[in-house]
Design a protein around this ligand. Structure first.
Ligand SMILES: *Cc1c(COP(=O)(O)O)cnc(C)c1O
Length: 433
């Protein structure tokens, strides 16, 4: 399968090139040239298949022409080694718990999948590949853990000093080996600027092979389609039927875009809800047809604090830039920090279900939008313990238990290198590695 750029001013490339480059040479995002649909037979049996088995079938549709079947199976089995259950919260509202992976965030699947796919492509490649990631918290931990000890790849995680939670910081600063954490004396935007400057620096790119691991990369975002098929299967398994609505707490829109791909592959989805925090750029687009990116605003659902959602270009491409077509499949909601807190509290008290701030945005939008006869699934994208301080400030001290996987990280020793916001310092550092 070939991949084209959303900007359409460069030739199509192979999967290997799309994964190793990340972004197309014309700054567009890569899209698969076709989206193959499943036949009826697949959907007749899907509820008898495990999350892993379903994921393999979905992965074959995208990557089957480019990766030998046995290797693709190994990659999927390695990335999908945990459950992703649907849990009823109330009425017809279900939580799809995406936080049972190694770092307890949904980005684990894409992070690990991309690491393994890249490692496969780099076999026999003489040079080391350097993955640069700027993170406000969650991406860094998922990518670092996904790439940990993968041969031939070095990872540099840039994060803003003092602006990530203790748990998040421990998840990428304690690993060592091929993972280097750079503690930048600035903001997330500074981290992102350093990484972008590096990708655009010709001299640096001649000296080093560089790639990115955020959701612009097809190997990171396409595997998120697995979740949607699995949710459908797990509902069917429990004998639950009705028109299916997905509510997706969104920042860069990688997760929601993967859901649109699932729908194009034949998954019966009635509509998607784009659930935003105060960073309501896509919400505003859906109301007015005007797309106006701007600087991000800090909220308590910080993994969604994105002012220029990178996957929006893919959504426009899928629907031929037509607002009316997009509006048939996607509706938008947005909530303030106060509304997020109110929802976390209410669902904990009334339903005895603990939401993290991101999941709370998804839940609230779903509650507001769901109609009779529909079944709603919201994505619970992170374990509440990753945001213990925020969650406990709302529902009470001592309520959040630290899962064993996170407790293990807390025991490790922080290893990080201080970095200024000056690009030349960062460049010299990379050249000296
Ligand atoms: C990354 C992230 C999101 C947003 O996902 P996008 O694919 O960027 O829209 C939501 N919740 C959590 C916990 C995240 O880490």
């Amino acid at each position: 399968m070939k991949y084209y750029s959303t900007n359409k001013s460069v030739e199509m490339v192979s999967l290997m090139e799309a994964v190793t480059k990340g972004l197309a040479a014309d700054n567009g995002l890569f899209m698969p040239e076709r989206i193959d649909a499943f036949d009826r037979h697949f959907f007749e049996h899907i509820h008898q298949m495990s999350f892993q088995e379903i994921s393999f079938e979905v992965a074959r549709k995208f990557f089957g022409e480019d990766i030998p079947e046995d290797i693709l199976k190994e990659i999927v089995d390695d990335a999908i080694n945990f459950d992703c259950p649907v849990v009823r919260v109330n009425d017809s509202v279900y939580s799809l718990e995406l936080f049972h992976g190694p770092t307890l965030a949904f980005k684990d699947v894409g992070g690990r999948f991309m690491a393994r796919l890249l490692a496969y492509f780099l076999k026999g490649f003489k040079r080391e590949v350097n993955v640069l990631v700027a993170t406000s918290g969650d991406t860094g931990s998922a990518v670092a853990n996904g790439f940990f000890q993968v041969p031939g790849i070095k990872v540099y995680v840039l994060y803003p000093k003092g602006l990530v939670s203790d748990i998040q910081e421990k998840q990428f600063t304690t690993l060592g080996h091929n993972i280097t954490a750079l503690e930048v004396d600035g903001t997330f935007d500074d981290c992102q600027r350093l990484v972008k400057s590096a990708f655009l620096d010709q001299e640096l790119n001649e000296a080093l092979v560089l790639t990115s691991a955020n959701s612009i990369n097809v190997a990171r975002f396409l595997p998120q389609a697995f979740y949607y098929f699995n949710a459908y299967a797990r509902l069917r398994e429990q004998g639950i039927s009705g028109d299916l609505v997905f509510s997706v707490p969104s920042g860069n829109f990688g997760n929601l875009t993967a859901g649109l791909f699932a729908k194009f592959m034949g998954l019966p989805v009635k509509r998607f809800i784009a659930a935003n925090n105060s960073n309501d750029i896509v919400y505003n687009y859906l109301q007015t047809g005007k797309y106006e990116p701007r600087a991000s605003i800090a909220t308590i659902a910080n993994a969604m604090d994105v002012g220029a959602p990178s996957n929006f270009a893919r959504i426009l491409e899928l629907y031929n830039h037509s607002l009316s077509s997009i509006s048939m499949d996607i509706v938008g909601y947005r909530y303030s920090d106060d509304e997020i807190r109110e929802t976390m509290k209410q669902v904990f008290v009334e339903e005895n279900y603990m939401l993290d701030p991101h999941g709370a945005v998804g839940y609230r939008a779903l509650k507001a939008d769901l109609k009779d006869g529909e079944v709603g699934v919201f994505f619970e994208t992170a374990h509440p313990a990753k945001f213990t301080e925020t969650v406990e400030s709302v529902i009470g001290k001592g309520t959040v238990k630290l899962p064993a996987k996170l407790a293990e990280f807390m025991k490790g020793e922080k290893l990080s290198i201080a970095m200024s916001t000056d690009y030349d310092d960062f460049k010299q550092f990379l050249l000296n590695q």
